[in-house]
Design a protein around this ligand. Structure first.
Ligand SMILES: NC(=O)c1ccc[n+]([C@@H]2O[C@H](COP(=O)([O-])OP(=O)(O)OC[C@H]3O[C@@H](n4cnc5c(N)ncnc54)[C@H](O)[C@@H]3O)[C@@H](O)[C@H]2O)c1
Length: 437
């Protein structure tokens, strides 16, 4: 394939060398003359394991050309990768000056392009940048339309400095955010041989995914370091703890707990987090990330309360009261807290939860109800239909396919559903509000 690469830093230079190694003709473009001269001489502009030999071989193959002329690159390629930098501005936003400058020139160069040119953005960009910021400029400068004379798409780059050639050849997956099949097919032709899955998604989701991945990596590092600081203060070996922690691939290193939904609660997580924070405070250990968890959870729970109030409806049905589906444990259930808040605001609340039989509650669970919501017994209906007919807004807090089907059949068109468990996705016959879309 004939490829151009804009921006020959860590991402662009490694991609150029790997694509030329794989037999493609590559034109590298940069505004930095020194980088162009280095590559033209077969030398690498970035320090990366394996790059000295790889770049020398790529340039010796005759498949690499370099230029600062955007028009030349577009005229000599069918697909372009944009890898210019997107550093932080002083207020934390992305400084888009390099990419804005480039897309003005790209637009001009695409004006006369004969074949539909595929432009793949690989720089990390916040969601909406390609479609709302860059596309209008390219369409204006070229006088042509995305999806017609050219195809814009976003493919997040997952390589890490220090192991970038290895990462190029073994990415976690290939993600293509695109609005048309053509760019997806071109990218599949280029990267489909890699030993990983290939996924197509929307441009915005692909942009968001890259940020989500990096944010999660930062969160993991910070979590391990906060645990280590606390371990240190407690005389516990943090390496042993984290090694054992990572051996649990069921709940810890897994997709468990990574689905958006309602706030957490129950008899363990809030209490154990509080105990952890208390220990840290006693020992003057600062754990800002972990100390943000409970406040964040509270904000998430309050959003449900705000959603109910925003409907303007006064009769609320709550489906699912315990802290998670399949248990009758009401201790620190965010659904119980929500019911209390709504009652406090003077709204009429009825509740259905097939697992919760007040007469059968025992021990700490019973004591929690007696102390926190002693009047809850009067709110609980035996039958789901009763709750549906006594309400205008239904807050669904349990993930149960049977309940979902019964609810779908029972709700009126004028009901509002607040689907905290995300059980019905968009598949409700009435208005839906929720936390997850
Ligand atoms: N470095 C990484 O490991 C990594 C990994 C994944 C994603 N990313 C993302 O990829 C993008 C590039 O990162 P990088 O580390 O390679 O950046 P970099 O700063 O090393 O390189 C960017 C290059 O773009 C060139 N450039 C600037 N304006 C240009 C223009 N108008 N035309 C042509 N070239 C121009 C610069 O001269 C520079 O050589 C960033 O958005 C970054 O967030 C980086």
């Amino acid at each position: 394939m004939k490829i151009s690469i804009f921006g020959l830093g860590y991402v662009g230079a490694v991609s150029l060398a790997c694509l030329a190694r794989d037999g493609h003709d590559v034109v590298g473009v940069d505004i930095d003359r020194a980088k162009l001269d280095l590559i033209a001489a077969g030398r690498t502009p970035v320090v990366e394991e394996g790059m000295v030999d790889l770049m020398a071989a790529a340039v010796a193959s005759g498949r690499v050309r370099v230029t600062s002329d955007v028009g030349f690159a577009i005229a000599n390629s069918e697909i372009s990768f944009v890898c210019v930098g997107t550093p932080s501005a002083s207020n934390g936003s992305q400084d888009l000056s390099a990419i804005l400058r480039l897309v003005h020139e790209l637009g001009g160069a695409l004006e006369g392009a004969l074949n539909p040119h595929v432009v793949v953005f690989r720089s990390t960009l916040t969601p909406g940048t390609v479609e709302d910021v860059l596309r209008p400029i390219i369409e204006r400068e070229s006088g042509r339309k995305d999806g017609d004379a050219f195809h814009l798409c976003f493919q997040p780059e997952f390589l890490r400095e220090g192991s970038s050639i290895r990462d190029y050849d073994h990415p976690p997956y290939t993600i293509v955010g695109a609005n048309h099949p053509w760019p997806v097919e071109r990218l599949r032709a280029l990267f489909g041989h890699l030993p990983c899955d290939f996924h197509r998604t929307s441009v915005r989701s692909a942009e968001m995914l890259k940020l989500c991945c990096n944010d999660f990596h930062a969160l993991k590092i910070t979590f391990a370091n906060e645990i280590a600081r606390l371990c240190d203060a407690l005389g516990v070996d943090p390496f042993e703890v984290m090694d054992l922690f990572c051996k649990d691939a069921h709940l810890n290193i897994s997709s468990a707990y990574l689905k958006p939904g309602f706030a957490f609660g129950g008899s363990c997580l809030p209490k154990d987090l509080r105990a952890t924070m208390h220990m840290a405070k006693q020992r003057d250990v600062e754990l800002p990330m972990m100390s943000g968890i409970l406040p964040s959870n509270r904000i998430h729970a309050e959003r449900a309360f705000d959603l109910v109030l925003a409907t303007g409806k006064r009769r609320v049905g709550i489906v699912g009261l315990s802290f998670k589906t399949g248990t009758d444990d009401l201790r620190e259930s965010p659904m119980v807290a929500l019911a209390e808040q709504l009652i406090g605001k003077g709204l009429t609340v009825t509740v259905y939860d097939p697992e919760v039989r007040l007469s059968q509650l025992l021990g700490a669970n019973k004591r929690f109800i007696e102390q926190h919501v002693p009047h809850i017994g009067t709110l609980i209906a035996e039958d789901l239909d009763q709750v549906v007919s006594a309400s205008d807004v239904l807050v669904v807090g349990m993930k149960d396919a049977g309940i979902f089907e019964r609810l779908r059949r029972a709700v009126r068109r004028d009901h509002t559903i607040i689907d905290l468990a995300n059980i019905g996705a968009r598949d409700w016959p009435c208005a839906v509000e929720g936390l997850c879309w």
